[in-house]
Structures are given as structure tokens and as C-alpha cells.
Design a protein around this ligand. Structure first.
Ligand SMILES: NC(=O)c1ccc[n+]([C@@H]2O[C@H](COP(=O)([O-])OP(=O)(O)OC[C@H]3O[C@@H](n4cnc5c(N)ncnc54)[C@H](OP(=O)(O)O)[C@@H]3O)[C@@H](O)[C@H]2O)c1
Length: 210
């Protein structure tokens, strides 16, 4: 599967405010790009942290892409904490919730996949998603999930929009949280592909050295 990480960060690398509340970092031009990107993939994936913090729809808006093909929405949610009224379960697009094996919950009409003991095993999850026909997937966050995908060497491409703001604060989520690299061998190495000004910010594009 071809996996693209896309996120918007402040100049100091933060994904959101220290309250974890969703923050407008992208310019209008970048938002339009993200909707176009979403319409080009088979699935858009986020972690349960993002669902609980932002309650995103994860759909492609008609305003940006006429008659869009809606990608499947995927949530990594080991314990099945996705609220029944979450926006990610509403609307026409399909939703897949991936839980750990010991979770037996059925959430709304989502397709439930189970893998991993205690926590979702992302490598196995990608294998199961591939069997559903997903060949190209966008990972939109948050920081915990982005680190997990990078650390497990599942990512092919990274798109980072750097908005012209500084959020600050030790506790504010960053682009890659999780455990992080403890040694230089664990550092994720990227190859710079290019950059582009989009409104009052910059889009940086990288491939990932595997
Ligand atoms: N600026 C942007 O582009 C952008 C995009 C998205 C989100 N955000 C921000 O990011 C923040 C949320 O980030 P977050 O790090 O708290 O949450 P997250 O990365 O969305 O979700 C993390 C959760 O996913 C679940 N998960 C399941 N399997 C996992 C695995 N193998 N590895 C890692 N996590 C796994 C874990 O909960 P369980 O153990 O319960 O499964 C984990 O706590 C919010 O503040 C949101 O606004 C910003």
C-alpha cells in the first residue's frame, strides 16, 4: 500500500494548541489541496485521539472537488471509544474502525476490523485494509499515529504544511509524538522532494527512506 502522511504544523512543529483543540493552521489554498489529495486516495486514516479532539468528518467537500469520490474513513481505536454520534460515522462515506482483538464492540454501522493485543497492530491493520481494496491511503494524524506509521516504516511520502504561526508550549501535540527516536538508528530519514508557497505558509514534500 502507498501511504502518504499529511499534516499542518506551526513553525514550532505543533499540530494543535496545548488544550489539544483543533487549530486553524492551513491557509485556504492548503485546505483546497488537502481536499484534492483526499479525493485521490482510497482511504483517510486518523487515530481516536483526533476523533475525540476534533470530531472530523474526513470527507471531501464539493466546494473543493466537484462530484468527489469519497475515500473510506479509517479510525485506529483499540478500545472502541469512537462515540456513536461522531461525525466520522455520519454521511455517505464508509467508515472502518480498527480495534484491538479483545474489543468486541460494534460501533454504528462501521465495518469493524480487529488486530493486535491491547493496542491495534498497525502493520497487521494495513494488511487487512489492503484486503478491502485500499491501495493508497492518507494518514492525517494525530501525532501519535503519525509517529507509529513512520516508526514502523509504513510511510512512502510526507506532506507537511507549515503555517506562519507559533503555538508553543511543551504539552502541545507535535507532528510526531509517540515514543520518538532514542538513537540515531531510530531517526526517520526523509528525502526532500520540493516546496511550494501556499497562501501565507509553505508546503514541504518528502519521500521516506526505507
Ligand atoms: N494539524 C493537523 O494536521 C492535525 C491533524 C490531525 C490531528 N491533529 C491534532 O492532533 C491531536 C490528536 O493527536 P493524538 O496524538 O492525541 O491522537 P491520534 O494520533 O489521533 O490518536 C492516538 C490514539 O490512537 C490510538 N491507536 C490505536 N492503535 C495505535 C497504534 N498502534 N499506535 C498509536 N496509536 C494507536 C491510541 O488510542 P487507543 O490506545 O485507545 O487505541 C492512541 O492514543 C489533536 O489535538 C488534533 O487536533 C492535528
Amino acid at each position: 500500500m502507498y501511504i502518504i502522511v499529511n499534516c499542518a504544523i506551526s513553525v514550532d512543529g505543533k499540530l494543535a494548541l496545548k488544550t489539544r483543540r483543533q487549530t486553524r493552521i492551513s491557509s485556504d489554498e492548503d485546505i483546497a489541496r488537502v481536499h484534492l489529495l483526499r479525493s485521490s486516495v482510497d482511504a483517510v486514516l486518523v487515530g481516536i485521539g483526533t476523533v475525540l479532539a476534533d470530531d472530523p468528518k474526513l470527507t471531501v467537500k464539493e466546494k473543493y472537488v466537484p462530484n468527489p469520490r469519497q475515500p473510506i474513513r479509517v479510525v485506529l481505536d483499540s478500545k472502541g471509544r469512537t462515540p456513536e454520534n461522531a461525525q466520522v460515522l455520519q454521511g455517505a462515506a464508509k467508515t472502518v474502525i480498527v480495534t484491538a482483538e479483545d474489543c468486541t464492540k460494534q460501533i454504528g454501522s462501521a465495518v469493524m476490523l480487529r488486530c493486535g493485543r491491547g493496542r491495534v497492530d498497525v502493520v497487521k491493520a494495513v494488511g487487512k485494509l489492503e484486503k478491502l481494496g485500499i491501495k493508497r491511503m492518507l494518514v492525517e494524524g494525530g501525532g501519535t499515529v503519525i509517529w507509529e506509521f513512520l516508526n514502523k516504516k509504513l510511510v512512502d511520502e510526507v506532506n507537511v504544511y507549515v503555517g506562519s504561526i507559533v503555538i508553543g508550549g511543551k504539552g502541545a501535540p507535535t507532528m510526531a509524538d509517540g515514543d520518538g527516536a532514542g538513537t540515531m538508528e531510530e531517526v526517520v530519514r526523509l528525502k526532500f522532494l520540493g516546496c511550494e508557497r501556499l497562501g501565507d505558509g509553505v508546503l514541504l514534500r518528502y519521500s521516506v527512506e526505507k
